[in-house]
Ligand binder design. Structure first.
Ligand SMILES: *Cc1c(COP(=O)(O)O)cnc(C)c1O
Length: 400
């Protein structure tokens, strides 16, 4: 049994506020004073460490949250960013130069896909999209120019799990950096433990959990983090997608309940997946035995947080998907909205936008139907009541 250590690491954080507060004081300053000009010079030159200078570089409030997230992900350091994309894009720009190549999962977040497909070619950086659940496809795509392998722990919308341990062995043997987006599965997976070099989160989702802000983080070793915030050449430093100290303080407080929330999201998703499967619906959830990577997930996940808060049902057609979502919103089951990890249920039809790399016939065999409804289940206390209401909605739109 693997221990649920990442949650312990959050519980064990002991921060004393400037005035003895049980929460750290918010450092509400963009710039910091020096008593001596000489000291400031030394900070600029990098001779002196541990001083705050300017908040695009570091700020005490973002440092607290950064420390907490690094510990949760078993990494030495981290950098906060103003969004998940603000973590992903500087990371890739830091790792790749003109002429380099990326191998990426073909079922990644839409924004990441668009960045690799449409934006990086401006810098002569090419991406090969493969099915990363098949490690042979990754190996086959490696060239001398490959600098990065990129995938998500749990993909969208089929909730496929990539074998991070095997992929990391391949990456290491070719001296390639493995970058993992762990947004769907905080606490559930610890990619750095499994061999990832860089772990990224959109904090916008489960980690913050209140859908009131966007945010992101890059977790990695000290060397990479330092390169990212280097004043002369660091992508995070120079592109400037920093997080505000007020937001960092509020996200840190929400992080303290992440373990409880993940458990509840997972329990609710498991309950509904089992029920709907029994009712004869096609359900995608990694917690179900028939999910293609169910066993793999069991081997690589941490104990105690379940299989995640996302599940997908197949309504067969786009029309039915839309009708069902409207019906569910009217029944106060949640919101027809993108994003995930909120305390109330969120649902959207993922469509095929992010899966355009996948040929038509393969989409069908993969089960990428137009009628998929992706559900980020909320923290509903009485999940049976939710189930009964959902069933009523399905009957109303003739899905059941
Ligand atoms: C939302 C999301 C992102 C982007 O994060 P933002 O905070 O919206 O910039 C990246 N990856 C995944 C898996 C996401 O769900």
């Amino acid at each position: 049994m693997k221990k649920n250590r990442p949650a312990d690491s959050i519980q064990d954080l002991q921060f004393f506020g400037e005035f003895g507060g049980v929460n750290p004081s918010i450092a509400d300053s963009s710039t910091f004073t020096y008593l001596a000009g000489k000291t400031m010079g030394e900070v600029f030159e990098g001779i002196r460490e541990g001083c705050y200078l300017y908040s695009r570089h570091t700020n005490p409030s973002t440092s607290y949250l950064g420390q907490a997230l690094a510990q949760m992900e078993y990494t030495k350091g981290s950098i906060l960013s103003s969004s998940g994309m603000g973590a992903i894009t500087p990371t890739l720009l830091q790792l790749c130069n003109s002429g380099d190549e990326i191998i990426s999962s073909r079922t990644i977040y839409g924004g990441t896909y668009a960045f690799m497909k449409n934006y990086l070619p401006k810098f002569n950086i090419k991406t090969t999209f493969v099915n990363t659940t098949n490690t042979y496809q990754i190996e086959k795509a490696i060239t001398k120019k490959t600098k990065v392998i990129y995938c998500e722990t749990m993909s969208n919308p089929l909730l496929e799990i990539s074998d991070i341990e095997s992929i990391s062995t391949i990456a290491k043997s070719h001296n390639i950096k493995l970058v993992i987006d762990n947004t769907f599965t905080p606490l559930i997976f610890s990619p750095a433990k499994l061999g990832a070099d860089i772990v990224i989160h959109s904090l916008t989702k489960f980690i913050n959990g209140t859908s009131d802000t966007v945010g992101g983080v890059i977790c990695s070793d000290e060397e990479f983090i330092e390169s990212m915030i280097d004043v002369n050449s660091g992508s995070s430093m120079l592109l400037g997608p920093v997080m505000d100290s007020m937001r960092a303080a509020s996200i840190l407080k929400n992080l303290r309940t992440l373990h409880l929330r993940m458990k509840k999201h997972s329990d609710n998703a498991m309950y509904l997946s089992k029920k709907f499967k029994k009712d004869g619906l096609r359900v995608i959830y990694p917690g179900l035995d028939e999910h293609p990577q169910h066993e793999l997930m069991k081997q690589q996940m941490n104990d105690g947080f379940g299989f995640g808060g996302m599940f997908v049902i197949d309504t067969k057609t786009k029309e039915k998907a839309n009708k069902l979502m409207e019906e569910m919103q009217n029944a106060n089951l949640g919101y027809l909205a993108v994003s995930l990890g909120f305390y109330k249920t969120l649902f959207s039809a993922p469509g095929l936008s992010t899966s355009s790399e996948i040929p038509e016939d393969e989409r069908e065999t993969m089960g990428l139907s137009d009628g998929l409804v992706r559900i980020s289940i909320g923290l509903d206390n009485d999940i049976e009541r939710t189930y009964l209401t959902m069933i009523r909605c399905m009957k109303n739109v003739e899905i059941l």
